[in-house]
Design a protein around this ligand. Structure first.
Ligand SMILES: NC(=O)CC[C@H](N)C(=O)O
Length: 309
């Protein structure tokens, strides 16, 4: 087992914080622009229930693209691998997460993977339920089980802010609809997707979800399977190949831990069998990844040899 000492983690946080000066908070979703770029918090959840944290872990972070992993796990359980991968591929793109370019090149216009926005929209489309409300309730119930926290909900402010400004995502939806990948009302899908992205939690909750993935889908407390091991394996594989957008290759070389980032500055990481990690640091690099969060993970990975490679 890893022995993380609180003082050491606090030192790593201090070492990583100055990197915020080279980054900038996401403001294309206006409500995210209010975040403090100098904030940095981390929690590490161990299989024995121990949590080591540093920074202000009471701050809540919206999941943004991190939610794509959770929605993917849910639709894999709901619909099975075959149906899901009929609508979305398994390959990294090398393009930014909101790019439409490859959709135009591919015949049919199937998004290359579930971590880019086009693929994530196709995945959210597959969440089962009779209405947006019902589908959101099912997704939230799943998130709460994974995080071990019944009080998790979504930020209405962030959801509305994105809903009012997500013209590019709407374009992706119309493109997907034209090519038969989705067949629902675009405004309804955008309603569900923006609420999904606005689900908020602390980095302790995030670390708990990372631990469930690290334990191949098992609840660390009860041992109960929250998702089949194959679903956890698929999610972690996507985290390695596409989890950090078009910086996934460099991240794999420098850090080597399955991880998923979001433009809120959150990072979810799963260190197989050993721990789950949740980070919140809203200063982003040009590709939309938390600069301070990646620095912090690099320090941890090097110190404790966490790379899977
Ligand atoms: N990279 C991200 O975190 C993107 C999520 C964001 N909600 C969007 O669709 O633009």
């Amino acid at each position: 087992m890893l022995v993380y000492k609180k003082e050491e983690l606090v030192r790593f946080v201090e070492e990583a914080k100055p990197y915020a000066r080279d980054g900038k908070v996401a403001d294309y979703i206006p409500a995210l622009g209010k975040a403090n770029p100098n904030e940095l918090s981390i929690a590490i959840y161990m299989p024995d229930g121990q949590v080591i944290d540093a920074g202000d872990v009471t701050v809540k972070v919206t999941l943004q693209s991190i939610s794509k992993i959770i929605a993917l796990a849910l639709v894999l359980i709901d619909c099975g691998e075959e149906k899901v991968f009929r609508k979305v591929g398994m390959e990294p793109t090398g393009d930014p997460f909101h790019s439409i370019a490859k959709l135009e090149d591919m015949q049919p216009a199937k998004p290359l993977n579930p971590m880019i926005n086009a693929g994530a929209l196709a995945v959210t489309h597959m969440i089962r339920g009779g209405s947006v409300e019902e589908r959101l309730v099912r997704l939230l119930a799943f998130v709460r089980r994974l995080a071990g926290n019944e009080s998790i909900s979504y930020s209405k402010e962030v959801a509305q802010s994105e809903f009012a400004t997500a013209f590019l995502n709407r374009s992706l939806c119309y493109f997907l609809k034209q090519h038969g990948i989705i067949d629902e009302d675009v405004e309804e899908l955008m309603d569900l997707y923006t609420k999904q992205c606005a689900i908020e939690m602390t980095c302790i909750d995030l670390a708990h979800i990372g631990l469930v993935l690290a334990l191949d889908g098992r609840d660390p407390q009860s041992g109960e399977p929250l998702m089949p091991p194959d679903v956890a394996r698929i999610c972690k594989t996507f985290m390695v190949t596409c989890g950090m957008y078009n910086a996934s290759g460099e991240f794999a070389i420098k850090i080597g831990i399955p991880a998923k980032s979001g433009v809120s500055g959150g990072i979810l990481a799963a260190v197989s069998k050993r721990c789950g990690i949740g980070i919140f640091g809203p200063a982003l690099d040009g590709k939309g990844n938390s600069l301070t969060g990646m620095k912090l993970l690099e320090l941890l990975s090097k110190t404790y040899s966490l790379s899977i490679f």
